[in-house]
Design a protein around this ligand. Structure first.
Ligand SMILES: CC(=O)N[C@H]1[C@@H](OP(=O)(O)OP(=O)(O)OC[C@H]2O[C@@H](n3ccc(=O)[nH]c3=O)[C@H](O)[C@@H]2O)O[C@H](CO)[C@@H](O)[C@@H]1O
Ligand SMILES: C=C(OP(=O)(O)O)C(=O)O
Length: 439
């Protein structure tokens, strides 16, 4: 068993030191980025349902608070710590002030439920990770296609449901926005109108919402060109139960940590199909990883490092590499032979957060442009103080700290906890020398 000698610190930090190869078995929580639209979908459905495998990350807690403030109960059955029963309350109040919506990006998912309940929605501009300009104009185009009216000012935006329209709504997105795809799907749900959406986002998070609609009788068809939704003639009467899929990003972060330490370990609770592009990246680097329907086994003890260049290009396309996989892959690649290329033009501020923090540990990364960089490994990093400038920068620093000489301390834990209830506990369960230190 390993121990961390906690450094003295001025603010709460995570302290990481290098240790033995990670080993054992760990389970991921439910995905924050799937739980958030599923909670909004639960509100939009307007009838009681059970949602299980809900993670305890702070963004999810904020979403639950917003639901309660907006007139829904989110009750936890006794003895089921990750399950919520979501149902509308009877109380008829005016449109609530949802100031906390400014803390999370995904508060925009609440609009359809608010329109169904109040005929209007008024929300502050969404928050979330500061990873560049994060627009919403496609959401407004979606609502306008449904006949709603939108207006914006410096403090936020309002949507008003105008008199009832009928018939199929057809709209094509100029790019595959996950948020706009879910907005269109949930607005179809609350209006009961068929939808034909060109160029949809088909990420696992969106597919989990489509599965939820199928379970209540909607016909859903999706290929890379078009998503079509048709309402049921009468919704099934059976009780509704949805499950949040396992967190693909938490799984990928743990996989990178296992690979960085040349360990062999199993990650339960994630579907192999949700991490396909990430697994291709590991294979490219020569790290064996097997996917089963409910987990991954990383066998980096048997790695035959290829030295082949990795091209990790963030993408919104169905088979592409999710942008949130890029930071932990970058931390891993620093320790592997080869010259590796990384790009994230989707979140144009990501590299501005991530690169300076990895540099504090001595990483040498060549910035080709603000969204593209190249690095040559292997590099020996050295422990230092760094900041979780956003969720994935924080988790990448944890991966980097596992092989950096000496102690790495990571501050900004509020950011990390927005996305993960206890990532350091999961790494510790695999034998990592990691602890949380309070001043
Ligand atoms: C809660 C959640 O799931 N967040 C994820 C979501 O963020 P996000 O909500 O930003 O994702 P979208 O797919 O909707 O947006 C992709 C890009 O297009 C921009 N855009 C989007 C809509 C719009 O109307 N105008 C506009 O400019 C966004 O700012 C972003 O830069 O996808 C990102 C890219 O895969 C991930 O890194 C985030 O973790
Ligand atoms: C960018 C992220 O989250 P959000 O979109 O909620 O800011 C993320 O989950 O990494």
């Amino acid at each position: 068993m390993t121990t961390t000698h906690a450094p003295s610190v001025a603010a709460e930090v995570i302290a990481v030191r290098p240790g033995p190869p990670l080993a054992g078995t760990v389970s991921v929580d439910g995905s924050k980025n799937a739980a958030l639209p599923l909670l909004a979908a639960a509100a939009a459905l307007g009838r009681p349902l059970r949602l299980s495998n809900v993670p305890h990350s702070t963004d999810v807690q904020i979403m639950l608070t917003l639901l309660q403030q907006a007139g829904w109960h989110a009750a936890q059955p006794v003895g089921e710590p990750t399950t919520y029963v979501v149902l509308p309350t009877e109380a008829s109040r005016g449109l609530p002030d949802l100031a906390q919506a400014a803390h999370i990006r995904a508060s925009y998912y609440l609009v359809p439920a608010l329109l169904a309940r109040y005929g209007q929605a008024r929300l502050p501009w969404p928050g979330g990770c500061r990873i560049g300009a994060r627009g919403m104009e496609l959401h407004f185009k979606v609502y306008e296609a449904f006949g709603d009216r939108s207006r914006q000012d410096s403090s936020g935006y309002g949507i008003e449901a105008l008199t009832s329209h009928t018939g199929t709504v057809s709209i094509t997105l100029p790019f595959r926005s996950r948020g706009a795809t879910v907005a269109a799907t949930l607005r179809a749900l609350t209006t009961g109108r068929p939808l034909r959406l060109g160029q949809p986002n088909l990420s696992p998070e969106v597919l989990s919402v489509l599965d939820a609609l199928s379970s209540v009788g909607w016909e859903t068809r999706a290929d890379e060109h078009v998503l079509t939704l048709s309402p049921p003639s009468s919704p099934p009467a059976a009780p509704v139960a949805w499950t949040v899929p396992g967190d693909k990003i938490e799984a990928a972060t743990l996989a990178c940590a296992i690979a960085a330490t040349r360990g062999t370990a199993r990650i339960n609770g994630v579907q192999g199909k949700d991490v396909g592009a990430f697994m291709l990246a590991l294979h490219q680097l020569g790290i064996p990883v097997d996917a089963e329907p409910d987990g991954l086994t990383v066998r980096a003890q048997e790695a035959a490092l290829t030295g082949r260049p990795l091209r990790a290009i963030a993408s919104l396309s169905p088979a592409g590499l999710d942008a949130d996989f890029e930071p932990p892959l970058m931390a891993l690649a620093l320790g592997l032979p080869g010259t590796h290329l990384f790009a994230d033009a989707i979140n144009p501020g990501r590299h501005g957060n991530l690169l300076p923090q990895l540099s504090r540990l001595g990483a040498e990364i060549e910035e080709i442009s603000p969204t593209k960089c190249r690095l040559t490994g292997p590099q020996q990093l050295t422990g230092a103080g760094a900041e979780a400038a956003d969720i994935r920068t924080g988790s990448a620093l944890m991966v980097a700290g596992l092989t950096a000489r000496g102690v790495t301390t990571i501050g900004g834990l509020d950011q990390l906890r927005r996305g993960h209830a206890d990532l350091s506990g999961k790494l510790r369960a695999l034998g990592a020398d990691i602890c949380e230190v309070t001043p």
